[in-house]
Design a protein around this ligand. Structure first.
Ligand code: HEC
Length: 152
């Protein structure tokens, strides 16, 4: 009986960790709705297009601006790499949280850091919100229940 109780406690703990619900978890994180149209413009202005193609928008994003891409990491569609809104936002503000060995550059960063540029000190939060709205539209993400804001 004691062991069953212990097993229950351990499993509950694991469940909580898996739910990302601890003090450092992302539960409750919600950005306001962004403007996907502006987001598309920022996507070009910040030169995300140097490294990313967007499924279905290849001609629209690169050709008119005469951009010569340096690599091709496709964004959008149904992928197992990005399944939730949280993963999408994280991949923009913390690119090194998951580094793909598929995309190597010369010179290699060599230290497990992503080759993706870090935009955190140049991108405003408003711009981030709009870019997320644009990129999110390109993915088949798991439905995200946004926080309902209540006066308390
Ligand atoms: C210098 C190249 C480069 C630039 C510029 C760049 N990225 Fe990335 N990005 C990458 C690479 C490489 C990855 C794959 C993960 C890794 O190895 O870091 C990635 C991953 C991502 C992912 C996760 C996709 C996945 O399938 O894993 C998103 C979303 C993303 N980038 C968005 C952006 C946005 C938005 C911008 C512009 C604000 C941008 N990136 C600019 C190189 C770049």
């Amino acid at each position: 009986m004691k062991y069953i109780k212990l097993l229950f406690i351990v499993l509950t703990g694991l469940f909580l960790v898996a739910c990302d619900d601890g003090p450092k978890g992302s539960f409750g994180f919600t950005l306001p709705d962004g403007n996907a149209e502006y987001g598309q413009q920022y996507f070009v202005e910040f030169r995300c297009v140097d490294c990313h193609t967007v499924v279905g928008l290849e001609d629209e994003l690169v050709a008119p601006f005469g951009i010569d891409p340096i690599m091709n990491v496709p964004l959008g569609g149904a992928t197992h790499r990005i399944e939730t809104y949280g993963e999408l936002v994280t991949s923009i503000i913390n690119p090194s949280h998951k580094v793909s060995s598929q995309y190597k550059m010369t010179p290699d960063t060599g230290d497990g850091q992503s080759v993706m540029r870090n935009y955190n000190s140049i991108m405003t939060v408003d711009e981030l919100i709009d870019i997320v709205a644009f990129v999110q539209d390109q993915y088949t993400l798991k439905p995200y229940p946004p926080t309902t804001y209540k006066i308390y």
